[in-house]
Write a protein that binds this ligand. Structure first.
Ligand SMILES: [Cu+2]
Length: 89
């Protein structure tokens, strides 16, 4: 929260469109290319990610969530993650 976040977007099949209504932003996801957009979330919460491009028969099932947390919560989450070094030993 209150920090700029860059979303890197890519598609491995067809054109999609990454859309989070509460962010008031969306961006095409293009096969063979990486697109991006920046947001600076100002409210914590969990927000639904939708596909805003009619991409095929699975379009209506393309859903996910993005969670906005405080810096302290993010640091707690980050320290609970495995590192590459801990996975390979
Ligand atoms: Cu779609």
């Amino acid at each position: 929260m209150d920090k700029p976040v860059r979303f890197l977007l890519r598609s491995v099949d067809v054109l999609h469109d990454f859309y989070v209504p509460e962010f008031r932003a969306k961006m095409d996801m293009i096969p063979g290319s990486v697109t991006y957009f920046w947001v600076t979330p100002t409210k914590t919460g969990t927000y639904e990610i939708l596909c805003a491009e009619l991409c095929g028969v699975g379009h209506s099932y393309m859903r996910g969530t993005v969670t906005v947390v405080t810096d302290e919560e993010y640091q707690d989450w980050l320290t609970s993650q495995s590192t590459f070094a801990s996975l390979s030993s």
